[in-house]
Design a protein around this ligand. Sequence first.
Ligand SMILES: [Zn+2]
Length: 284
Amino acid sequence: MPPARRANIGRRTRNANDVALLRRSQTADERAQANASQRERNARNRFVNPVPVLNLARPSRIRRAVLAEMMRAAFNYNSQIDYSMYGYIGMMDAICPHCDAANFRGETPGMCCANGKVRLPALETPPEPLYSFIFGTSQASKHFLSHIQQYNSAFQMTSFGATKIIRDNFMPTFKIQGQIYHQAGSLLPYPDADHQFLQIYFIGDENRELDQRCAIVSNTRREIIRELQRFFHQHNALVQLFKIALDRMPTDNRKIVIRADRTPFGEHARRFNAFKVKHFTFVV
Ligand SMILES: [Zn+2]
């Protein structure tokens, strides 16, 4: 059986009646003025707001249509749209009884930890001197926390890259297109090049390593960088792993041969296909 037709279908909604009454009470000049300002508002909204603004006072049929348009709007996020106009989703005050994660009321229960099935180990307390720098109350700690990005840059092991990086003039942000990657490079620099990124860890002289790090970043304190540098050499598993690799393979004069036609006995042939990309990485 077909659904019953709604009595107010078409233009006989309360809103349409209100607008018709308002128009009848306007003079021709007033109507032209109202139309002009409405056109201007529409043009502005089309530029700033590609999606229509939800008017909660409108009938529910229209509200449902607008909410449908907002579905998956996060995938086309536009910082110029005030999304709070489309509805308030509340505070993150639904606390998971299993993992204490803060969720929104409307979120699917169990999204955070699959209802207690996923249990992550507690975060370990960082060793000294990192602990005092992060949780301390000293002047050095305050300075470290307010310049943490610079200290992070002084110790970064890889450089960030992307297929295409789009920068607008005078904007501190940038857009990326395509694939992003982190480039590690070789453990040792070319003969006429400076040590960079991961290579700085392998200069082999504490003071020269320190000089190089201090030259990269400004607004940092040499003593703090020295303490962190010792900390990385002592505690960082990657630095220690690469040191072992460097001891075993002190030059880059190695030849790596890939025999894609030789599949190990008992293994699936497709697991050992030849590479189709030009660049790949070996972790020793
Ligand atoms: Zn949970």
